[in-house]
Ligand binder design. Structure first.
Ligand code: 13P
Ligand code: SF4
Length: 308
């Protein structure tokens, strides 16, 4: 049996489900029970009847699954699967900011630790951030953390003034605007589509801005046939399956960036071997203190109430 077959067999034996983010390597996406963006994966984690959830994504996603399914065993293939946004925002620093603005509501992007979620009034993903902000009465001021690019985009989309945390996604900040202009000359008919974690000048140039799932839908519904994709390159696997006849070009990155393309090095620490090992050994496991667990679940449940 090859590794993929061994994982499938082990999943059945242990009544485990494998959830994978669109940024995972294609071979992981191919054997997952469900592939999705942060919002869809959170929903799946809250609904599953499996005893074990193996989360092929990054650490904060595994934590979100645990918050929503506290009685299930949640495993992640590698504890080193972090996120530059989550790492930029410690609970202690967010608490300091919250104390500076005591009348503000705290909305955090799902890309943050469970401790930070526990300090939040609402959590949002890029799929529902506009909805979440619009749901907050206009007279209540907002702190938004940790992604300042998504925050700036939300200020533009909702007309709300917000205090922004100074965090960024290393992957979406690495795109090169100069090289993008060259690419546009080479593909004059291509539409630029971008994730809102990208920098404001990139978003201004984009024909369409949306979450991973929204970008996927856009390439399927648009009558255009060429797209420059400004998000993590892993999504192109699922996109190309949905639109085999269309041309999908990853947006170029700065030369001095160490990655070869717009890959999230954190997402890419996961491999089939690590998935097999973690399911076999039932480790590493996501564990969250009870007090944090109860507090951090509330803003996620508040979010899921108005995300369909
Ligand atoms: P999505 O919410 O679009 O899945 O994005 C998650 C993420 O980490 C983007 O970098
Ligand atoms: Fe975090 Fe960016 Fe990687 Fe998403 S792509 S997990 S935001 S570092």
């Amino acid at each position: 049996m090859n590794l993929a077959e061994k994982i499938t067999q082990l999943k059945e034996e242990k009544n485990a489900v494998l959830l994978a983010h669109y940024y995972q390597y294609p071979e992981i996406q191919e054997i997952a029970d469900f592939v999705g963006d942060s919002l869809a994966l959170s929903k799946k984690a809250s609904e599953t009847e499996a005893d074990i959830i193996v989360f092929a994504g990054v650490h904060f996603m595994g934590e979100t699954a645990k918050l929503l399914s506290p009685h299930k065993k949640v495993l992640i293939p590698d504890m080193a699967a972090g996120c530059s946004l989550a790492d930029s925002c410690s609970a202690a620093d967010l608490e300091t900011l919250r104390n500076e603005y005591p009348d503000h509501i705290v909305v955090t992007y799902i890309n943050c630790s469970a401790e930070v979620k526990a300090l939040s009034d609402y959590v949002c993903t890029s799929s529902n951030a506009v909805e979440v902000i619009n749901n907050i009465p206009k007279n209540i001021p907002i702190i938004f953390a940790p992604d300042k690019n998504l925050g700036k985009y939300l200020i533009k989309e909702t007309g709300r003034d917000m205090v922004l945390w100074d965090g960024t996604c290393v992957v979406h900040e690495a795109f090169s605007f100069d090289k993008l202009l060259d690419l546009v000359q080479a593909y004059p008919l291509a539409e630029i589509i971008a994730h809102p974690e990208s920098e404001p000048h990139f978003l201004k140039t984009a024909h369409f801005v949306g979450s991973t799932a929204a970008l996927l839908k856009y390439v399927q519904t648009s009558d255009k046939t060429e797209f420059i994709i400004a998000t993590e390159v892993g999504i192109i696997h699922e996109m190309q399956k949905k639109v085999p006849h269309k041309t999908l070009i990853p947006a170029p990155i700065d030369e001095d960036n160490t990655c070869a393309c717009s890959e999230c090095a954190f997402m890419k620490v996961n491999t089939l071997q690590k998935i097999y090992d973690c399911l076999l050994n039932e480790s590493p496991e996501i564990l969250i203190e009870n007090a944090v667990l109860d507090q951090a679940r509330k803003p996620i449940e508040a979010m899921l109430e108005f995300s369909f």
